[in-house]
Design a protein around this ligand. Structure first.
Ligand SMILES: [Zn+2]
Length: 226
């Protein structure tokens, strides 16, 4: 069974339950006159239309909708007694509510069957020689740790641009070139930590920091006049 809902299962369950409660209320409506019957029948048509639309809206594959059939309203009003017509109404309504109940049950089932989202782990940790060659030929040779050029293929380490521990994939696209030594120094440190250690932080950030420090000193001096 291929099931694809356009809204979350919880949301779908909430909406279907709401319609189910409304249907049950309509089916219990007391009918003592033709007018009552007409009122309740028009409410039922409305309810049916809304429910059908709702099911179509939440169910992309019509997995749920196909079992929800409208039983044609008892139109043969001619010589039939009010009681006959009321019985027909109750019978039809009961069937529709039962169908909706089965849809609601199915949503419960779908929620149970749906596999808990398990991320497929990327076990591959290193690039193949062919992939390394591709990265060497297509990506910048500037080591992103120390900002100096990696001159030779033999000096190059191919590192995850987005860390493997942060779900970065082992692909040529997610690989950058660093010096083997820089990478060894980096170890498990973050890029910022190793750059601080090597004094190779991006220049812009340093300028901002210095100017902030200066401003603080000035404002302190102004606040404490002797
Ligand atoms: Zn480097």
């Amino acid at each position: 069974m291929k099931v694809k809902l356009t809204v979350s299962i919880d949301e779908a369950k909430k909406r279907v339950t709401k319609q189910l409660e409304r249907g049950k209320t309509i089916s219990k409506f007391p009918i003592t006159s033709v007018q009552d019957l007409e009122t309740v029948e028009s409410r039922r048509s409305e309810w049916y239309e809304q429910t059908k639309n709702l099911l179509e809206e939440i169910d992309e594959n019509s997995t749920l909708v196909k079992d929800f059939h409208y039983l044609t309203p008892s139109a043969q009003s001619g010589t039939r007694t009010l009681q006959d017509r009321v019985d027909d109404f109750r019978f039809d309504m009961k069937k529709d509510v039962k169908n909706l109940q089965s849809i609601s049950d199915r949503l419960e089932l779908i929620a149970d069957l749906k596999p808990k989202s398990k991320r497929r782990k990327d076990k591959k940790r290193g690039l193949t020689p062919g992939e390394k060659t591709w990265v060497w030929e297509n990506k910048s040779h500037r080591c992103y740790i120390c900002h100096k050029m990696v001159k030779r293929f033999s000096e190059a380490h191919f590192d995850h641009t987005k860390a493997h521990t942060k779900k970065g994939k082992t692909t040529p696209a997610n690989s950058g070139i660093t010096h083997i030594l820089c990478n060894q120094l980096k170890g498990k440190k973050s890029l910022r930590e190793i750059q601080r250690h090597l004094g190779t932080e991006p220049k812009k950030k340093r300028i901002i920091k210095k100017s902030k420090r200066k401003k603080k000193k000035i404002s302190k001096n102004f606040q404490n006049p002797i």
